[in-house]
Design a protein around this ligand. Sequence first.
Ligand code: PLP
Length: 476
Amino acid sequence: MTAVSPPSHPVDALGVVADALARADETLELAARHLDPSLVAVLRILGFDKEYRSAQGSYLYDAAGRAYLDFHSGEGFASLGHNHPDVRDVLQATLAANLVDGVQITYSVLAGMLAEALSQRLPRGLDAVFFASTGAEAVDSAMKFARAATRRPRFVSCDSSFHGVTLGPLSLVGDEFFKEGFGPLLPGCARVPFGDLARLEAELRKKDVAAFIVEPIQGREVTLPPAGYLQAAQELCRRYGTLFVVDEIQTGLGRTGTWFALEHSGLEPDFVLVGKALSGGYVPVAAMVTRREIYQKAVGTLERSYVHQSTFGRNRLSMAAGLAALRIIERDQLVEHAARIGAILRDGLAELQQRYDMIKEVRGSGLMIGIELQAPSSRTARLSIRLIRMASEGLFPQLVVIPLHRDHGVITMAAGKNDVVKLLPPLTLSEPEARTFLGALDAVLADCQAGGSKNWAVVRDIATATLRRRASPTVR
Ligand SMILES: Cc1ncc(COP(=O)(O)O)c(C=O)c1O
């Protein structure tokens, strides 16, 4: 992929864009000084400290004009590809219309239109919407509404789940690592293994659980539910008066080859949560969608009509971006496209698995795919992996992620303490782009299989430096 010609930049009278362009090479220095130096350090260690200057479709471009195929899309943020020109058009037209915004005593028609469009895509009866700015805020809203509607205090979620990092959702998150140092969190939150109905029923039977919150496919390691699990969980919730909340913040809007992942199991939840892709890749927006009677039970009196609001929740740019995203997904048949390209990727990965024992399992749906790795059988590899694991659980997949990025210009991600490389490419990914990825992964795996290659040396060096730092924290 050759670099696109640099976009023409309109100059703003305040010089903001001109300054940003002029100071682009200070990006990481500024981030280290004023944002998060630890994250900048991690990017440097892994070799991800590029200064990306622009992005279009499936690609990011660095200062030298090198193209990077983005197989992560900001965890689904850029599901329509980067800087989709039609979303930009809608946003520019929305700004040019000088609509009323931010005045809490009004409603904009855009908000009603987006709520209507979302509910048309969801199971019947899910037609009451609250707009938020982040996924975590949508989860938090569902927690509050479920409590108020049921008059029950507790929540149940799943091990290995992810629902956001503000205190409410964090109380549900299924991984202690995210919670350390931030407690005490909400009391009474229980976790059950994803797929374990007996443990779920044991909690629900207490009849004090307001809601069971679950991702239809767990995003952390791309874990699919056992057959029949989600329908049975929904039934248990109905039986014990618990509201059933499906968190589609990552899986929704075409990602898994259906509009919503709940369609794979024919679910009819009490709440569906949407975020990420709804942004069109531009503007923060998320939504909590529920049934009218639940909404009304929670806040449906004149006195309570303003107790759950959010300044930016239904601002015009968010609403316009959401409408643009839905229309593009529909017009360009991106749901069907994601299913088709996802199948091509999974077939290609299955073929690679035949040839490389480093691939333990390939799983997923549509364009949400997890590749679980394992140590190759060679003795040198097994020795190296012991060192790598001692340094950090979760470092091993960097053996693939780093060279994909460094040598092949492909961005993937390994998140958390597991051995999974996660693929979340844009829904607009073309078949040739999918094949480029498969070719790159083939080359990387061929190199790693040997056990003594440069890729192993790089990750072993990171592991050694990490262990040294741990032994003597003053060593940088
Ligand atoms: C399933 C799920 N729920 C909630 C969230 C939180 O969304 P946000 O980062 O917008 O708060 C995420 C983010 O990754 C997610 O994947």
